[in-house]
Design a protein around this ligand. Structure first.
Ligand code: F0G
Length: 492
């Protein structure tokens, strides 16, 4: 087992080192070696400028080959292991009952323990199928924080998504260890106020992606489960990053330091009635997902819809080889060496950013570092999207792609005035793909961010020139308020 511990940043009192594993080194070390490489290149500054203009300042419109370091998402971007690739060759592409389906359900059940497992090609289809089956128009869906597709799928079925995260989760300065938690008192009040008949399920996102990837404690999971059981409301996880959440519980929650991630994960799921999972995160694959549940009638109804919109029950929109890669990857994601490095590498980037004077959400979450663009650019009002100013600057300066998690993604409309209401924080997420980049890549990212921080007063905001009704950030076009940005090129 590779041992290391983490250097504590001055303003972070959370002890994230794993002291059972030896403290010989002060930096994360990859618990794997690299067998295949994919060349990447950085375009010249002039070329990057041309690309960002052509993309209407929306990073989703930039070709991946024009990006040097791609931190847009940790979803579907993992490097698979040699064992997963070997499994791909074992793909059984039969229409019905392929052997990989059985391995897939076996692996998932060994962790999650639910009776039924329904494969889908990615997480948002799981959302669509579940919500199409159990939501009625006007129903509420409480969650600690909905991810954007979960929110949009709830609304698409006429439901009302409600975020009930603890107050510490909304405070970028709070160093609470479980800032992703559900506000259980608020949840119970909400159930009493609206009535359990208008709440077909309660969801919990682990880790809490939109709230800076912050984890949820076992205690909070247990309490949420108790409330759901008291009122007879099904409790489902959005389990995309369950393994990372399990590692935080091991590191930060009393009584779990000696438990394996597998044991912790099993305990987490024992409190729920089902889950949705995008396997593109902690499944360590490039495509895939599933719904799992215990309720026979619910499974039957969802399977009917699955066959209509995704595929037969034993492949659900995936090839046999994809099912095999998930069967293997989901178990790898719980390996202690892997998780120890994973969480430490993300924190490594956070620590380097802090050293470069860049304000970030602390403590660093599981899959990404969230830069507080609102704090970095106080001269850009939320209505001019300060997060987008940083996102564009990162591409211009270093060919780095991050994603705005602020007004562009989450602004709501005032039902009376129609005016946009900005979310409380204007963030930029630098998501770290799993097993893909080395710490040298992350040092480069931190240097580029630091450089932008040095000329932050020069950056300007953006306005939207085109937007779609749902999930507008994917396809919107933007215009810069004034031409700005540095002419200095970052050198790694
Ligand atoms: N739930 C969570 C918590 C997610 O983070 C995502 C995707 C989904 C559901 C939907 O899964 O993409 O497989 O359809 N998150 C990606 C991200 C896109 O970048 O955070 P999907």
């Amino acid at each position: 087992m590779i041992g290391f511990y983490l250097v504590e940043v001055a303003n972070n009192n959370i002890q994230d080192g794993d002291h059972n594993m030896g403290n010989e080194f002060d930096f994360p070390i990859e618990p794997y070696r690299i067998k295949v490489v994919e060349p990447i290149k950085r375009l010249s500054r002039e070329e990057r400028e041309q690309k960002i203009q052509q993309a209407h300042f929306n990073l989703f419109n930039i070709a991946a080959e024009d990006v040097f370091i791609d931190l847009l998402t940790d979803s579907g971007t993992s490097a698979m292991s040699d064992d997963q690739w070997a499994g791909m060759m074992k793909g059984d592409e039969s229409y019905a009952g392929c052997k990989n389906y059985h391995h897939f359900t076996e692996s998932i059940q060994s962790i999650f323990g639910f009776k039924h497992v329904i494969p889908v090609h990615q997480g948002r289809v799981a959302e669509n199928i579940l919500f199409s089956t159990i939501l009625k128009k006007g129903d509420y869906v409480p969650n600690n924080t909905h991810f954007d597709t979960t929110r949009a799928n709830t609304m698409h079925k006429g439901g009302k998504p409600v975020d009930l995260i603890v107050k510490e989760g909304r405070d970028p300065k709070s160093l609470e260890p479980f800032k992703g938690n559900m506000d259980v008192a608020a949840l119970e009040d909400f159930i009493i106020e609206k009535g359990k008949d208008r709440i077909p399920l309660v969801m919990m996102t682990i880790t809490n992606n939109t709230a800076a990837g912050q984890p949820v404690s076992m205690e909070n999971i247990k309490k949420t489960s108790e409330i759901c059981r008291k009122y007879g409301i099904p409790f489902f996880f959005d389990a995309a990053r369950f393994a990372e959440n399990a590692w935080f519980i091991r590191q930060r929650e009393e009584g779990y330091a000696d438990r394996s991630p597998m044991e912790i994960a099993r305990e987490m799921f024992s409190y729920a009635d089902g889950c949705l999972m995008s396997a593109k995160k902690d499944g360590l694959v490039n495509m895939g997902g599933f719904i799992a549940c215990n309720d026979d009638a619910l499974e039957e109804e969802m399977t009917r819809l699955l066959i209509l919109i995704e595929g037969f029950r034993t492949y659900g929109g995936l090839a046999g080889r994809d099912l095999e890669a998930i069967a293997r990857g989901i178990l790898e994601s719980l390996e202690p060496d892997y998780l120890e490095f994973r969480i430490a590498q993300v924190k490594y980037l956070g620590d380097r950013l802090v050293e470069n004077g860049v304000p970030i959400i602390q403590p660093v979450g599981g899959h990404a570092v969230f830069v507080d663009a609102g704090q970095m650019f106080p001269h850009i009002p939320p209505s001019d999207y300060p997060g987008q100013a940083l996102t564009v600057a990162l591409y211009r300066e270093g060919g780095i792609r991050g994603v705005e998690i602020g007004g562009l993604m989450f602004a709501q409309k005032d039902p009376v005035t129609g005016k946009e209401i900005s979310p409380p924080l204007e963030l930029v997420r630098l998501a770290i793909p799993r097993r893909v980049y080395t710490n040298a890549h992350l040092d480069f990212v931190a240097r580029v961010c630091g450089k932008i921080n040095d000329y932050r007063d020069k950056l300007r905001g953006f306005e939207i020139t085109y937007q779609a009704k749902y999930l507008r950030h994917f396809t919107m076009k933007l215009k810069e308020k004034k031409s700005a940005g540095s002419t200095v090129d970052a050198q790694a």
